[in-house]
Structure formats: C-alpha cells, structure tokens
Design a protein around this ligand. Structure first.
Ligand SMILES: [Zn+2]
Length: 490
C-alpha cells in the first residue's frame, strides 16, 4: 500500500503592539485538493515540500489545510479556536498517515494564547501519534519548549530578506524522507539568546547574521547535520518566549549539535551591539529624497504590515505634504472609510478625505487632504511568489505629485506587484515608500538609487525602546542594560 504523507500550512506573524486584531476572515484558507492546486508551481515552502515528495514518488501526498494571513495584531480567542480546531479536524479527517510536513510561520500570538503553533502542533501530535513530524519555520519564529519537544525536526529559513521559502520546504521534506527511511535519529541542541535584533547586519548577503547562517549551513552539510538555524523571533510578538535562539539538529550526534549551537550562539551574542537599526529622521530623509537622482526608497519599518503593523500610518505622507515635496512620490495606506468615500464619489472626481489613523488611532492622527480619485480596484492580485492577495477594495488617490494606494485591508507592501497590480509602476517614481524593514530589498535594490530607513513612530518600530514590552524574556538586549551572558565562563 502506498504510504501517505500529510501536509498543512499555518502562517501569520503577529505584532502584539498593533491594536487592530487579526480575524479569521483575514486568513486565506485552502483545503484538500484545492491546497495542492493553489500551491503547485509557486515558490512557497509548501511547493518545495510537494516537489520533493513528487520527485521521490513513493508517497501519496495528503493535503489537509493551508491557512495564511498578512501579518497583523493578535488573533481573538474565538477566531483562533476556530482556525486551530479546523486545522486539527482536517488532519483527523485525513485518517492514518506515515508522516507529516507542516509549514508554520512561528510568530503567531492570540489574545490569550501565547503559542498558537505549539498548541496546534501538540494537538496534531496527539491525532497522528508517533509518526515523524517535520516543521518548517520562518527565522522570525518564537521558539517554545512545546515546539522543540513535539516536532521531530524544526527546519528554519536561512535567508533574510527571505528568498529561500521553496528551498526550506525542500529541506523539510528531505528531513521527513530520511526519518521515514529510518536513516536519521534527530537530536537537537538549543541555545537561548536574550537578545532582540534589528538593522542591516541581519542581511544574510552582507551582514554578520549571514556569517552565522553560513556556519549553520556548514553543519547541515556535514555528515551528521540535519537542520540548523538562528531564529531571531519577531521583535514585535511580545510573548513570554520572545528572544533569539540557535537550533542545531544532528543525526544522533549530540556532541556536534551542542558544540556548534554554542559556537554560533556566542558569535551572535558577542556581536549583539551591531544588531541595532540605524534610522534617519523624517526631515533628513525627505531632504535626501528631494536632492537625490533616481528612485529613492523609504523603508517605513515602523508601520510594516509585513511585521504585523496596522498599515495606517500617515507620518511620512504628512511629512511630504508639510515639506511641499514636489517630486513624484508613491506610498500605500490602509484606510477602509477613505476607500468607501472614493467608491461613492467615483473615478475622476475630487474629494476631501481624512487619511490614516483608522486602525491604530492612539499612534496616528488622521490627515485631511483634498485628492483626485485616479482609479478604483477590486483589490485582488498576486504577490511575486505567486500567492494570492486581497486588499479589500482599493483606490489610487492623487495629491499633487503624490500617488497614494489606499486599501481596505492590510497587504504586504514589500514587493512591486502590490503597486503594479493597481496601475502604479515604482520605477516611474522619485520616491517609493515601502512598509517593510528589509524584505523589500529583494524587489527594490535593482531600481533604488538610495534606500533610507526612516525613523517614524509605529507599532513595529526598529527603535525597540519606543515600544511597550511587557511579556518577553527579561532582562533582554537592547531593552535592558548589562544583560548577563547566557554562556558559562564569559
Ligand atoms: Zn520572517
């Protein structure tokens, strides 16, 4: 009888400082055969898993449920229960399987559940019994004891910006195949690092983080290596387990796992001062954009919908208006009432409309502008990796030389497709504002003459001391001074 491997996906990254809750309806859910159909041929982790299993040819793939949402605020108890219960039910309904590959983000948080992935993984384990379960994770995952203890192998991303989703899926599936073939006995070493990291040194191509990741890859490529990574947590998921972790999993070689985890952990800890963001004030940023040639890209990491912020910041827009910025600028904002007003007025008309502050009103005050309604859209499009997005309804509003993509719902403003799908070509602008701390570099470095990380307020500010942490591991760098070293004898 053909052996069966179950696959499932659960992805959302939570910023607990964003007051706008993530709701069940924010998740794009596909089940059964629809899951296979919608992921095949994409550059996602699920596709990486599917392709490895297809190539191997010995197993029947059992698709269960995939649920993915844009990043956002905490998920309410009722919505989280519904989501996780549906996932466990879909897995129970699949019947007995020989193994499972689960693609999680790892940094979800509920209204009162600090570890949704740990909870659902525990439930899945009790349904599936003692079969191998491999879990892939974003390197921004929050690592809990439950995750480490319940999965056979955790396989994290290696690249930041993330460009190895597909390869991570492949690495996870290869680990599962080895377990099913009986050729691996995973043993894991974990080093917990009381540090939250930001800034350019996280770029794997050029930064110190990349050096640590290449050490992890050396371990993975060694005779007994299975999976290794530095998992830094999403700094805005303020839950008790939030910190950085090194995880090294080997094939029954605990000595190597422990030695390498310690070495990589020390490497990160000793360089912690480097992992802080260098931000530029809004005034100075606008001056730079006014005098630069080519397309300047502002990173509004503080209102990064990619990190879980609300997406309704108008801080940079206000700065541009106040400075009478006269070059062509492109930015995005989430504002459902403004979209409604635009739809009521119709295209090629003019309205006076408050913009911003509808979702995170304690941080942002509405800015009233008179704008032209340039276009109206249904908000359906696909991101660069092929996955579908829904912005709710959307419109393009024009204020002088500033074009504003206004959406009813938050979407990732990381790539160029979000703009192109609404008739806006980033390369045609002197200034483009993205809502992403670093992921945007993949899509903008080729057109950017200058990239400026702008210091504005927001629930995902890289200025971590500006945020009201209450739950994460303390003391922790850089929130606290003189944090004791996690290493003995240092
Ligand atoms: Zn991430």
């Amino acid at each position: 009888m053909t052996r069966r491997i179950l696959i499932a996906e659960l992805k959302q990254e939570t910023a607990t400082f964003n007051p706008a809750a993530t709701v069940y309806e924010d998740f794009r859910i596909t089940v059964g055969a629809d899951m296979l159909e919608s992921y095949r041929g994409t550059k996602t982790e699920v596709a990486g898993v599917i392709d490895v299993l297809d190539d191997d040819g010995r197993f029947e793939i059992i698709p269960t449920m995939a649920a993915a949402s844009v990043s956002g605020g905490c998920i309410g108890n009722t919505d989280l229960d519904r989501l996780l219960n549906e996932m466990v039910d879909s897995i129970r309904a699949a019947g007995p399987v020989d193994g499972a590959c689960l693609c999680f983000h790892g940094a979800m948080a509920g209204e009162s559940e600090d570890d949704p992935e740990g909870r659902v993984l525990t439930d899945i384990r009790s349904v599936l019994g003692a079969v191998p379960i491999v879990v892939s994770l974003d390197l921004h995952a929050v690592i809990t004891d439950r995750l480490v203890d319940t999965a056979d192998v955790l396989v994290p991303y290696h690249t930041y910006p993330h460009t190895d989703h597909y390869e991570t899926g492949q690495r996870a599936a290869c680990n599962l195949l080895r377990l099913l073939d009986g050729t691996s006995r995973p043993t894991v070493a974990r080093v917990e690092l009381p540090m939250l990291v930001r800034g350019d040194e996280l770029l794997t191509a050029s930064g110190k983080f990349g050096e640590a990741i290449r050490m992890c890859q050396q371990v993975e490529h060694s005779d007994t290596g299975l999976a290794a990574g530095v998992i830094i947590g999403n700094a805005f998921t303020d839950v008790p387990a939030l910190q950085s972790n090194v995880l090294v999993t080997t094939n029954n070689d605990y000595e190597l796992a422990e030695r390498e985890a310690q070495r990589i952990g020390r490497f990160m800890w000793d360089r912690r001062e480097l992992f802080q963001a260098q931000l530029t004030s809004l005034d100075e940023s606008i001056c730079l954009a006014a005098s630069a040639d080519g397309t300047v890209v502002f990173s509004d990491a503080a209102d990064a919908t990619a990190s879980g912020a609300a997406g309704d910041s108008n801080e940079i827009l206000r700065g541009l208006v106040d400075a009478e910025f006269s070059k062509k600028a492109l930015l995005a904002i989430v504002d459902a009432p403004a979209v409604s007003q635009a739809f009521r007025a119709g295209v090629n008309t003019s309205i006076t409309v408050p913009l911003g502050g509808t979702r995170d009103p304690s941080r942002f005050t509405p800015l009233t502008l008179t704008v032209d309604i340039t276009s109206l859209h249904d908000g359906h499009f696909a991101y660069e990796d092929g996955t579908a997005a829904h912005a709710g309804r959307a419109c393009v509003l024009t204020s002088g030389t500033i074009h504003i993509l206004v959406t009813e719902r938050p979407v990732f403003v990381v790539g160029q497709r979000v703009f192109q799908a609404h008739g806006l070509e980033p390369a045609d602008y002197d200034l483009v504002v993205v809502k992403s701390p670093n992921g945007f570099r993949t899509w903008y470095e080729s057109i950017a003459s200058l990239i400026v990380p702008v210091d504005v307020p927001g629930s995902t500010s890289a200025n971590l001391k500006s945020l009201p942490f209450r739950n994460c591991v303390r003391p922790i760098f850089p929130l606290d001074d003189n944090v004791p070293s996690p290493f003995h004898g240092s």
